[in-house]
Design a protein around this ligand. Structure first.
Ligand code: TTP
Ligand code: MN
Ligand code: MN
Ligand code: MN
Length: 402
């Protein structure tokens, strides 16, 4: 289904979900420079600032012409968020082809260390700043801190078992008394594993390998449970030639049976992949939380496994390396919202939620689409239906790179 043509004309629109945002835009160089400033603000914990830059970058990504002094004046300067500071950065770029502050940022020791630390999966800006304040500067400092030998392959036979046991033990109850599982509280292995496997996890994954990973996962899943369906989401679905990880949303083809077949399946699949040596580490495993339309955040209300995965060598491909693999299990009624939610981009998702709330009196998240005043839940049967219910023109996933 082609993107609704209106969204290509819609570059003035306020919400990213009303605009087409290609992977590479006519002003990509400018977007990249601004992204350095956005990242710097994020690493410093200046979230509002970072978001302002992210919004400005989003607007630029949708602008279909090369920005010149003239078009800056007639178009860009009139867009929301292009007041004083951002405008002056854009002007600097138009005049000189770069933004001085972005270039200084790139060479600063603080930015280099913070972005290096935060490039390790499991380390966010806050932890990165703590390490910097402790005097740490390099990956070697991190390795000493976590006591990880460079290149070590951590063997963790006990870890998944422990996750599994915790999952069984930790039981929570919803307000209406329904029994649900709660996420385990086992020691976090994420950073040590990510550090030890850094060289491999850093390597971008080509599209055909993402597909191969999905095929292997779905073949194993079919042995446990026939009739499952899946969509590769994340950056892959937005058309990125290389991905940092593989993200797969899984559900069941049978709307009714899926309600009972899907819960618990994520964990069982993980155990199977682990036994087969395909999943080597599980960073995070969360069970199904009962859906509560009144909760504001259900980021975690799906069954998820954030793992490290390694394909088996084959003659055509004798050397395999560790890859990050995210598996997301959704009930059939949540499948299409989960697919949209996990397709991203983060900016696109943020504006989808905002649009639903501010313009439609609805609540969108990866679990459900509901009407706010009476919490009536919609049951979309396709991705297009979600857009229709939200009164949005269809945007192909490859145009959701806001
Ligand atoms: P990511 O895999 O983190 O990012 P990405 O696929 O867009 O890009 P990359 O190539 O670097 O992997 O997340 C995929 C999408 O899933 C992201 O756009 C937002 C969403 N998401 C959630 O809904 N919940 C989560 O907990 C995370 C981590 C992501
Ligand atoms: Mn990180
Ligand atoms: Mn991804
Ligand atoms: Mn991911």
């Amino acid at each position: 289904r082609p993107t609704d043509p209106s969204v290509f004309q819609n570059w003035r629109a306020r919400y990213a979900v009303q605009r087409a945002s290609p992977l590479v835009c006519p002003n990509q160089g400018l977007a990249n420079e601004l992204s350095i400033l956005r990242r710097a603000r994020e690493l410093e914990g200046l979230e509002k600032n970072a978001l302002a830059y992210e919004r400005a970058i989003g607007m630029i990504k949708s602008y279909p012409h090369r920005i010149t002094r003239e078009s800056f004046k007639s178009d860009i300067s009139k867009l929301p968020g292009f007041g004083g500071k951002t405008a002056s950065k854009v002007l600097e770029y138009i005049e000189t082809g770069s933004i001085p502050e972005a270039q200084t940022t790139l060479t600063s020791e603080r930015y280099q260390s913070l972005s290096l630390f935060a490039s390790i999966y499991g380390i966010g800006p806050t932890k990165a700043r703590q390490f910097y304040d402790m005097g740490m500067r390099s990956i070697e400092d991190l390795e000493r801190y976590y006591d990880v030998a460079p290149g070590a392959t951590l063997k963790t036979p006990a870890e998944l078992d422990e996750f599994m046991r915790e999952m069984e033990a930790e039981v929570a109850f919803t307000p209406n008394g329904k029994r649900v599982r709660r996420e385990g509280t086992v020691p976090d292995i994420t950073v040590p594993v990510a550090l030890a496997l850094r060289g491999e996890l850093d390597a971008p994954i080509p599209r055909d390998e993402v597909e191969e990973m999905r095929d292997v996962v779905m073949r194993e899943l079919a042995e446990l449970q026939p009739g499952c369906v899946s969509t590769i989401v994340g950056g892959y679905r937005r058309g990125k030639p290389m991905s940092n990880d593989a993200d797969i949303v899984i559900s069941h083809e049978d709307w009714e049976k899926g309600k009972t077949l899907i819960p618990g399946l994520c964990k069982r699949l993980c155990a199977r992949l682990y036994q087969k040596g395909l999943v080597t580490h599980v960073m995070h495993l969360s069970g199904f939380h009962g859906y509560n339309a009144l909760r504001t955040e259900h980021w975690d209300s799906l069954e998820k496994a954030l793992t490290v995965f390694k394909l088996k060598p084959i003659p055509e491909n004798p050397v395999r390396i560790h890859r990050r693999l995210d598996l997301i299990f959704a009930l059939p009624e949540s499948y299409w919202t989960a697919v949209i939610g996990w397709t991203g981009s983060k900016m696109f998702q943020r504006d989808l939620r905002l649009w639903a709330k501010q313009e439609k009196g609805m609540k969108f998240d990866s679990v459900a689409l509901t009407r706010r005043h009476d919490t009536r839940r919609f049951l979309p049967k396709s991705e297009k239906e979600v857009f229709d219910i939200l009164g949005l023109p269809w945007i192909d996933p490859t145009m959701r790179n806001a």
